[in-house]
Design a protein around this ligand. Sequence first.
Ligand SMILES: Cc1cc2nc3c(=O)[nH]c(=O)nc-3n(C[C@H](O)[C@H](O)[C@H](O)COP(=O)(O)OP(=O)(O)OC[C@H]3O[C@@H](n4cnc5c(N)ncnc54)[C@H](O)[C@@H]3O)c2cc1C
Length: 408
Amino acid sequence: MSGPDAHVLILGAGHAGGTAAALLRQYGFAGAITLVGEEPVAPYHRPPLSKAWLRDGAAAPLPLKPAEFYAANGIDFRPGIRAEKLDRPARMVTLSTGEVLTYHFLIIATGARPIKLPVAGSDLEGVLELRTAADAERLRAALGAGRRLAVIGGGYIGLEVAASARALGAEVTVIEREARLLARVACPELSAVFLDYHCKQGVGFELAATVSGFEGQDGRVSGVRLDDGRTIACDAVLIGVGAAPNDELARDAGLDTACGVIVDLEARTADPAIFAIGDVALRPMPIYDRMFRMESVPNALEQARQAASAIVGRAPPPGEVPWQWSDQYDLKLQIAGYAFDVDRVLLRGDPATARFAIFHLKGDQVQCVEALNSPQDFIFGKQLIASRKSVDLGKLGDPAIALKEIAA
Ligand SMILES: Cc1cc2nc3c(=O)[nH]c(=O)nc-3n(C[C@H](O)[C@H](O)[C@H](O)COP(=O)(O)OP(=O)(O)OC[C@H]3O[C@@H](n4cnc5c(N)ncnc54)[C@H](O)[C@@H]3O)c2cc1C
C-alpha cells in the first residue's frame, strides 16, 4: 500500500529518518508521512559536531533541510517526542505524549547512543559525551585556552575532538585502553601516523591505559584515575568509547535484533511493514558476505534509499561500497570498505608526507582502502573494491602508476 491513504511513520529524526522522509516525497509517495524525533530540533548534520562546528563555533548545527521543508512537503514533523512502545499486531506506536499513532509502514531510524563508562564518578559535572547538538554545546562550553580536557577513547570521535580542542587552545590528553590509536578501525601504520601528528600538535597520550574512575571537587570532575594509580588532572572529560544501537523498541516488539535491528537488502525487517535504517540497523553487506552494523552518514543515506524505494515500489538502488571519513587538523582520512578477512596490507605513497593510502587485500582483490589526503586513491580504490578486480600488486604499490589505469 503506497497510495494517498497510506501512512509512513518514521521514528527518529536524524540523518537516516530525515532523509527517508524527503526521499519518499521525491519518489512520489502521495500518502501521509509522520517524522517523530526525540531531539528538539529538525534533522541536522552530526559529523561537524566534533569537527568544524566545534572548532569554528557556528550558532546552530547545520540542518539537513531548511526549516520550512517539512511543512512544505506535507511531512508532519514532531520534534521533542519519543516513541515509547511498538505494538506490531495492532500496527500502533505509543509516543511520550501519550498519543498513539497507527501506520501502514514503519521506519525505525533511532540511531545509536554513546556507551557509558561504568566507573565511579561518571555522573560528575564535566564528564561529557558527544552525540547530539546539545552534547556539542556542552563540550564547546568546556573548551578554551588553557582548559584541560581528558578524552577517553582514541577512536575517530575522540581524535577529532582532540584536534578541535587544540585549535581552541585547550590542553588535551587522550587516554586509550589499547596500545595504539584507532585500534578497532584502522591498521597499525595509520595509527602510528595519527599518533605522531597529534603529538606534534601538542596532544598528550596515555596508551594501554585503563580508566578506573573520575575524581571530583564540589561535584565537578577534577581528574581521571587510571588503574596504575595515577591521576590525570583535568577540567572536563569527553567519553568517546563507541556507540550502542537504540534497538530496544524493536526488540521489545519481538523483532530480531543482535546489537542492531536485523534487516535485509531492502532495509526491511522480518515484519514486512517495518524497516530499520541507519546506525540502528544490522544489515547485509554483499561485498563481504556478512551482516554488519555501520555508523556512517553514507550508510544512513543508502538505507534510507533502500527503504523509501521498497515502500513506493521502485527498483532497489544499486549496492554501494561502504565509506566514511574523518577530518583532524589538515588531515583528511577517507576510508572505503572494511578490512575483513584480509591477508595483505600494501602501502602506496610515503607516510612521512602525510599523503598516502593503505590498501587491504584478500589475495589480489582490494577489500578496503584508507586514503590520507589522497582523494584519487580513495576514489579509484573504492572502484576496485566494487569491481572485485584482480590487481597487479607491483603496480598498486607504485605511486608513479596512476590508480586510474589500474582500476580501468
Ligand atoms: C560527533 C560525531 C561525528 C561523526 N562524524 C562522522 C563522519 O565524519 N563521517 C560519517 O560518515 N559519520 C560520522 N558520524 C556518524 C553519523 O553521524 C551517523 O552514522 C548518522 O548520524 C546516523 O544516522 P541515524 O539517523 O541512523 O542516527 P542519528 O543521526 O543518531 O539519528 C537518530 C535520531 O533518533 C532519535 N531517537 C532515538 N530514539 C528515539 C525514540 N525512541 N523516539 C524518537 N526519536 C528517537 C535520536 O534522538 C536521534 O535524533 C559521526 C557521529 C557523531 C556523533
